[in-house]
Write a protein that binds this ligand. Structure first.
Ligand code: PLP
Length: 218
């Protein structure tokens, strides 16, 4: 199947109100462009440097979401390119994003990344620390908190992801009830190639797909 066919198929299966992010790590700008021509509206990037190269060619043809682990020293470049940063997991990072956005007169929509599987090697805040971080972020004028994101533990069987998605949805609903300034709990980003059908069933309204669009990564 071509990239175009893959995108068409996924879009045709996507429930209404669910946004599709094409996770583009390691892909050539030409491949990303092909996905956009097939209907992709949001490109997800894990690395700032890779994003810069693709952005040169593609720029305004899509929205750009940062979905990787963002290092502090890359924030200055990242805030210029990205329309959303999905992976904020510390106040230090949020504060740096706020500072760099203030310098260019931008308000950055962000999601808090949650380590819902409590995996030692994964980024993200633990579920019980989400509210505290949300509070801290809500005081930053150049960031707008707009929801939650998770990777979740990877496994061969998509059904293994379901309990984690259910837990995320519960946390998301709880966070919606917390009244915070400058905050709009609107997006729940979860589900990848392996689990993209299950995640929207459990409340995801952003899913991030790489392999099923572009093929296996080398
Ligand atoms: C790579 C990646 C994806 C997509 O993974 P696939 O299994 O290739 O669909 C989604 N989210 C994040 C954060 C990623 O790094």
């Amino acid at each position: 199947m071509t990239i175009k066919q893959n995108v068409s198929q996924i879009l045709s299966e996507l429930p209404e109100g669910v946004q599709l992010v094409a996770a583009a790590k390691t892909r050539k700008p030409e491949e990303i462009l092909e996905a956009i021509e097939a209907g992709i509206k949001i490109v997800g990037e894990n690395y700032v440097q890779e994003a810069e190269r693709a952005y040169e060619l593609i720029a305004n043809k899509a929205k750009w979401h940062f979905i990787g682990h963002l290092q502090k020293n890359k924030v200055k470049k990242a805030v210029k390119i990205f329309d959303m940063i999905e992976t904020v997991d510390s106040f230090e990072l949020a504060n740096e994003i706020d500072k760099r956005c203030a310098q260019i007169g931008k308000v950055m929509p962000v999601l808090i990344e949650v380590n819902i599987g409590r995996e030692a090697q994964k980024s993200g805040v633990l579920p019980e620390n989400t509210e505290q971080l949300a509070k801290e972020i809500s005081a930053l004028p150049n960031i707008r908190l707009m929801g939650l994101m998770t990777m979740g533990p990877l496994s061969g069987d998509p059904e293994d992801s379901r309990p984690y998605f259910v837990a995320m949805k519960k946390l998301f609903e709880k966070m919606k009830k917390v009244e915070l300034p400058n905050t709009e709990m609107k997006y729940l980003s979860m589900g990848m190639t392996n689990s993209y059908k299950i995640a929207p069933e459990e409340g995801a309204n952003i899913i991030r797909i790489g392999t099923k669009i572009f093929g296996e990564r080398n």
